[in-house]
Ligand binder design. Structure first.
Ligand SMILES: Nc1ncnc2c1ncn2[C@@H]1O[C@H](COP(=O)(O)OP(=O)(O)O)[C@@H](O)[C@H]1O
Ligand SMILES: [Mg+2]
Length: 272
């Protein structure tokens, strides 16, 4: 086996966060964004991080992506310490930025080009992924011609083209209308089953969390700590009218209520 193949075989998408903290600012004006987070994501697991705004969700994802260093603690991905970005971990943001001068297909396959993948193979990968994301007819379109939901799907296809082991999704559907959002949630749920990648998905929507998660991690208001972890054992697709759904929804509302109040109070104080 080549070294690359051996590495690929070992890569499973496991993420471990050990006592991870993040402090922004200088002494005197420090902001503790993330406080002593311990979180293990199993290979192929879909973990949703749910918490009020400003509680450190994006910060935690950025640290796992290697875009932001930890202040203390350790993060590993497939056993290796995270010291910077890597092709094994891919982040998708709320507002994706496709290159406006490239066709949708070229956007999707751009990362593969940088990797030196031959043109024919790049085209095929892009075509397959765009098909999967329901954009089969838009391969040659320019990003400007797409709706927000379509651009976000193209951004997801671009991330998947790199075959990451870990997908880090930071409120990726927050800017979309309700119908598009529901559709993309379905896409992501089925994709996860196909690609085998682990997913860490940030949202402040309880319904989105319940629709998607194997496990929901509820964060406190700042400093972001883990308040509760809830396993979701309901079969997919999840029926919002079922009694289990309602029970879980209510449980999460209760867990979040105090935190949302605290986050509000923090933001009010900051405004004064
Ligand atoms: N680069 C930064 N410099 C200083 N403070 C930051 C920075 N990034 C985030 N913060 C602060 O850290 C806290 C957590 O932010 P963030 O992770 O974006 O929260 P969330 O994604 O949960 O809304 C907030 O108080 C925010 O203002
Ligand atoms: Mg955020």
């Amino acid at each position: 086996m080549t070294p690359a193949a051996a590495e690929a075989k070992q890569a499973t998408g496991a993420v471990h966060c050990r006592a991870v903290s993040k402090v922004f600012g200088d002494s005197g004006s420090e902001v503790v964004a993330v406080d002593s987070v311990n979180l293990d994501v199993a290979p192929g697991e879909f973990v949703v991080i749910l918490g009020p705004s400003g509680c450190g969700k994006s910060t935690l994802l950025s640290m796992i992506a290697g875009l932001e260093p930890v202040t203390s603690g350790e993060i590993t991905a497939d056993g290796a310490p995270v010291i910077g970005p890597g092709p094994d971990r891919c982040m998708i943001f709320q507002q994706s930025s496709l290159y406006p001068w490239m066709s949708v297909a070229d956007n999707v396959s751009f990362g593969l080009k940088l990797r030196g993948v031959p043109k024919a193979e790049r085209r095929e990968t892009a075509r397959d992924l765009l098909q999967t994301m329901g954009l089969g007819d838009f391969a040659d379109a320019q990003p400007d011609g797409l709706s927000g939901g379509m651009r976000q799907r193209a951004a997801i296809a671009r991330a998947l083209a790199m075959q990451p082991r870990v997908l880090l999704m930071d409120e990726p559907f927050a800017a979309l209308d309700v119908q598009t959002r529901a559709k993309l949630q379905n896409y992501i749920a089925s994709l996860r089953a196909e690609s085998g990648a682990s997913v860490l998905f940030v949202t402040h929507s309880i319904d989105e969390a319940v629709a998607l998660a194997d496990r929901i991690v509820v964060f406190t208001a700042r400093p972001g700590r883990i308040k509760a972890m809830v396993d979701v054992e309901m079969e997919r697709p999840r029926d919002p009218r079922s009694p289990e759904y309602h029970a879980l929804h209510d449980q999460l509302v209760d867990l979040l209520a105090d935190e949302v109040d605290r986050a509000f109070a923090q933001q009010e104080r900051a405004r004064r």
